[in-house]
Design a protein around this ligand. Sequence first.
Ligand code: AMP
Length: 307
Amino acid sequence: MSLLVVGTVAFDAIETPFGKTDKIIGGAATYISLAASYFTKDILLTSVVGGDFPKESLEMLRNHGVNLDGLQIKENEKSFFWSGRYHNDMNTRDTLATELNVIAGFDPIVPESAREPDFLMLGNLMPSLQHKVMAQLRKRPKLIVLDTMNFWMDTALEELQKTISQVDVLTINDAEARQLSGEYSLVKAAQKILEMGPKVLIIKKGEHGALLFNREQVFYAPALPLEDVFDPTGAGDSFAGGFIGYLAQTKDISFDNMKRAIIFGSAMASFTVEKFGVERLVGLAQDEVDERVQEFIDLVQFDISLV
Ligand code: AMP
């Protein structure tokens, strides 16, 4: 089923306790599209880059089956740039710089042929732009998933709340759930956030897995205990890409299938963190993905019979 992805395609500079990168490619939509490409090949990406973005990275996305007809290239401008530094626990980070550059004047245009997608993934981006993409669609997709972050809660809360009210699934991390709801308990935070509009909320907790809520139920997926966590950047986006990619592949948006989808999302995130940037997510073999998912199954399977 067709998947429309919007979000940043960017340069990142990252510092972790294990090393530091100069500008490498990143961006929410980059990670989402790559992760989703292991589940569906009908992906169209809408975003914008400057003339400085490497052409071979665009080629790499095309080689993953990502259609770039909705990607604008502004030759005389600079790509979005984000820089972050991770703390020793790797679960928390400080944003050192967010330079909107080409995103500041971005007017997303979804190509005519992609205006009736089955699935819409609104990756991290200015909420007003996420909204503009939704407004261009001819009919409501089967499922709209929104990912966002504290930066937009701090700088564009009203616009963000409007966008949140119109989506089916919201994915944010635990600190962002607390910020958005004003509640410390994640259960209370989830209740409040679900009242804002979404039917489903996913709270990502980094190395502590992810929680999936609807109004009646809650489900938990662990993160895989990995020997080497090198760089968590893009883990949340890879999670979202695996999640929506799996739903698009299986054409089933029930809560039970979402339980499976967050395992696939967690599997894709577990690859991303093993190397800097998108390196580990590029060119995975299907066997590797299957084996990783099997590790999750083995991790949480237990045999208890209550008498
Ligand atoms: P994640 O680690 O999953 O939260 O995503 C990190 C990616 O998000 C990086 O590759 C950044 O380029 C991108 N990013 C960082 N800040 C923002 C922002 N304010 N809006 C959109 N994308 C962002």
